[in-house]
Design a protein. Structure first.
Length: 117
């Protein structure tokens, strides 16, 4: 059974930092892309960042320069370092994984991030 488990969410004041972790288990295929989405109350799920297995990374414009995605392939884990947090970063953050040989995108259950002004 494939599981993606996020951790590291919490409540911080604007300008603070958090580091999210997403660990994957039970995936028999090779992961070629992993990343993060977020969903604020009453809004659609929004793309945040992606890390490819080859080392490239991509970010939505609103987090560039503040967020950094990284991966530890040996631990099947990705991280999202979030600095200079803003109230508009508040939401539930979901990690995902895309694997070769599978048409299914795998999702975690989400972790809450709340940034107060």
């Amino acid at each position: 059974q494939v599981q993606l488990v996020e951790s590291g969410g919490g409540s911080v004041q604007a300008g603070g930092s958090l580091r999210l972790t997403c660990t994957t288990s039970g995936l028999t295929f090779s992961i070629y892309r992993r990343g993060w989405f977020r969903q604020a109350p009453g809004k659609d799920r929004e793309y945040v960042a992606t890390a490819w297995s080859g080392g490239d990374a991509d970010y939505v414009d609103s987090v560039k320069g503040r967020f950094t995605i990284s991966r530890d392939a040996a631990k099947s884990t990705i991280y999202l370092q979030m600095n200079s947090l803003k109230p508009e970063d508040t939401g539930v953050y979901y990690c995902y994984a895309d694997a070769t040989g599978s048409s299914t995108r795998f999702w975690g259950q989400g972790t809450q991030v709340t940034v107060s002004s």
